[in-house]
Design a protein around this ligand. Structure first.
Ligand code: SF4
Length: 326
């Protein structure tokens, strides 16, 4: 599929709940525009919008639905029923649409869902007792549930959670990592897989040092198993690892590894400045972008191929400015 180009490069195809783009598709004829999606991310992502409730013909406006614990079947104890008219039950239609749609989403590199929706909510959707009382808040929208099950590698996040700087940074880093992987997948060779891993080593370490070792072990004997099997395990491990939040502590650990890797090239002033900046980041006085910029500056003065290619230093376009807030 041909990609749209912008000043920022090629746009990455990402799915989104249609109401988040400002389209008036909600049950009440309104929208839930996300300014971050429409004004910032739209410069980098080519959004493909989906509204499951409209797609199955519920119309605009329409009767609102909610999740109800009906226990009508062991397979689907939760159904989406009409709020005012419980005989309205579009659950099968929503699930069928989700199964059909998710089969054709292989080109997407991420998906942003509308929170709290009985169709699109990724988690913490309110589930009601048939008598109308709230039962718990652990529900998942019927479309979102199928999407998450059928596309386990796809980075998926809710628009509401993107207001959190850490979650926002994490999601976008995952989208860019997944995009890079998908672009490589069809022409994968053992060397290309090892190169990809090399580029992501420090980013993996920042998210989970145990996984860093597991992935290293997985790739340590490329002749042990067919390449496709190793690649399958690798990308599942990688995407699961990147979901885990990096912390100030784990990022500091990575910064110190990088510092150690090229300390022989630095003079004493540079070493001291780098140590100070890493320490200021460690104690929370400055954001992650500060030591990263200093490292990039030092790498320009003291080139090092292995470090320059690290996704940890540039996981997504810098203009997004996401590391100013973490
Ligand atoms: S939350 Fe999902 S189903 Fe509801 S209006 Fe938005 S896109 Fe449509």
């Amino acid at each position: 599929m041909k990609r749209a180009k912008t000043q920022q490069g090629e746009k990455i195809p990402v799915g989104i709940s249609q109401c988040l783009l400002g389209d008036k598709v909600r049950y009440n004829g309104e929208h839930k525009r996300s300014n971050f999606c429409t004004e910032v991310l739209s410069q980098y992502f080519d959004f493909e919008s989906y509204c499951p409730e409209v797609a199955i013909g519920m119309g605009i406006p329409r009767k609102p639905i909610r999740l109800v614990q009906t226990a009508v079947s062991d397979d689907h104890p939760i159904e989406a029923l009409g709020v005012d008219d419980p005989s309205l039950n579009p659950s099968s239609a929503l699930r069928d649409y989700a199964h059909k749609t998710t089969k054709a989403l292989d080109h997407l590199r991420g998906y942003i869902l509308m929170q709290k929706s009985p169709s699109c909510g990724m988690e913490r959707v309110t589930v009601y007792h048939p008598n109308g009382n709230p039962l718990h808040h652990k529900g998942v929208g019927l479309y979102a549930e199928v999407l998450q099950n059928e596309c386990p590698l796809l980075p998926i996040e809710e628009a509401g959670r993107l207001n959190d700087p850490g979650l926002r940074e994490n999601f976008i880093a995952r989208v860019y990592a997944y995009d890079r992987w998908k672009n490589l997948e069809d022409s994968l060779t053992p060397k290309a897989l090892l190169d990809f891993y090399s580029d992501y080593k420090y980013l993996i370490m920042a998210h989970d040092s145990q996984a860093y070792h597991s992935i290293g072990n997985l790739l340590s004997n490329m002749k042990a198993r067919p390449l496709n099997d190793i690649a399958h395990d690798f990308i599942h491990l990688l995407m699961d690892t990147l979901k885990k939040p990096a912390t100030r502590k784990t990022n500091t650990n990575v910064l110190m590894h990088i510092q150690g890797y090229f300390k022989k090239s630095l003079n004493s002033d540079e070493k001291q400045e780098l140590s100070q900046v890493i320490d200021q980041y460690r104690v929370g006085s400055i954001p992650l972008i500060a030591p990263v910029i200093l490292l990039q500056h030092l790498l320009r003065k003291h080139p090092n191929d292995y470090l320059e290619r690290q996704a940890f230093l540039r996981p997504y376009p810098e203009a997004l400015g996401l590391r100013n807030a973490v």
